[in-house]
Write a protein that binds this ligand. Structure first.
Ligand SMILES: [Zn+2]
Length: 332
């Protein structure tokens, strides 16, 4: 039985309230979105097929399948079905990613930070590049939950769900797994952006292929952070309703910090982008450009989170999470 039918049946049986099944891309109204969805699915499934037990640290598993769910809610899932391991994103999530990336690609602050000339660059090229980075990261995050066989954040049904109601109880263990998924996704996405043939193709599209390699690396790294920070900034809640140690996912500022921490480590290991590039003012400029482009009604929620995390308890919590996540990463 093809994976599409298995996923459709699985979702209808297990999430009847949230989803009406697998998305039939043919029925998406916008022709450009339809083309984008088909393209992304083919690329992602090709990449996942090339992945094998070697790449996943010896974990034997059924084939992967990447697909979309018909839904009214923004969400992403990893589903370890016995026949296929599914990575499924809902259509509203894809739309949120494309909206955020579109805003970024039209922002003069973003173009200035990237040293890109709005006169010569077609904004749709940057739009597509930034959107791809976010979706690559999301897919790699779900992939990590599956191949690292995370267990604390798994629902009784065996499924991982990224966007859960604020009142859902998690644990420090589930938060450590989330940071592990973010960290490994950072490794995979940076390797793809900076060291695969995709690098040159994108640099040509952006009209930057003749720049020195060091400058190209820095441009790619800035795009990576802008995309990720903008995506994370769409996730922060109005306020944190549970104690820090009862959350399912760490608060967004902690996740951004951890991605920076891992990206810096990756660069040290593979010799791309000097450690001196990672200054607080540079990362703050990237964050402000990324966050200001998001339609944000919950500024207060952000300030509340920063205040909480800046306290002595917040600091201790963050250090403990980083330490546990680093331990988990070293065991891989
Ligand atoms: Zn996750």
């Amino acid at each position: 039985m093809p994976p599409e039918i298995i996923l459709d049946r699985y979702v209808k049986e297990n999430f009847p309230k949230s989803y009406s099944g697998k998305l039939d891309v043919e029925r998406v109204g916008s022709p450009s979105l339809r083309t984008f969805l088909y393209g992304l699915q083919i690329e992602t499934n090709d990449a996942l097929q090339m992945e094998n037990a070697n790449a996943s640290g010896g974990v034997v598993h059924p084939p992967f399948h990447f697909d979309y769910l018909l839904a009214t809610v923004t969400n992403a899932h990893a589903i370890p079905h016995e026949r296929f391991w599914f990575i499924a994103l809902t259509l509203p999530l894809i739309k949120s990613v494309t909206d955020v990336s579109r805003h970024l690609s039209r922002s003069s602050a973003v173009l200035q930070l990237l040293h890109l000339d709005s006169g010569t660059l077609r904004p749709d090229i940057l739009w597509s590049y930034l959107g791809h980075i976010q979706l690559l990261f999301l897919t790699a995050h779900e992939y990590t939950h599956l191949i690292h066989e995370h267990s604390a954040g798994r629902e009784p049904s065996g499924v991982w769900t990224e966007l859960v109601p604020q009142t859902t109880c998690g644990s420090i263990d589930s938060q450590v797994e989330e940071l592990d998924a973010d960290g490994y996704a950072t490794y995979l996405v940076l390797a793809f952006l900076l060291r695969s043939p995709w690098r040159l193709r994108q640099l040509i599209l952006l009209g930057q292929e003749n720049m020195p390699a060091v400058d190209c690396d820095e441009l790619i790294m800035s795009c990576f952070f802008l995309s990720l920070m903008a995506f994370f900034s769409t996730l922060w809640p109005e306020s944190i309703k549970l104690p820090l140690d009862r959350l399912t996912h760490p608060p967004v500022p902690v996740r951004i910090d951890y991605v920076i921490h891992v990206a810096k480590m990756w660069c040290g290991q593979f010799g791309h982008v000097k450690q001196s590039w990672f200054t607080s003012p540079r990362l703050q400029d990237l964050f402000h450009a990324a966050a200001s482009e998001v339609d944000r009604t919950n500024r207060q929620g952000w300030d509340e989170q920063i205040a909480l995390l800046s306290s002595a308890d917040g600091d201790q919590y963050r250090n403990m999470l980083f330490e546990e996540s680093n331990k988990m990463r070293r065991r891989e």
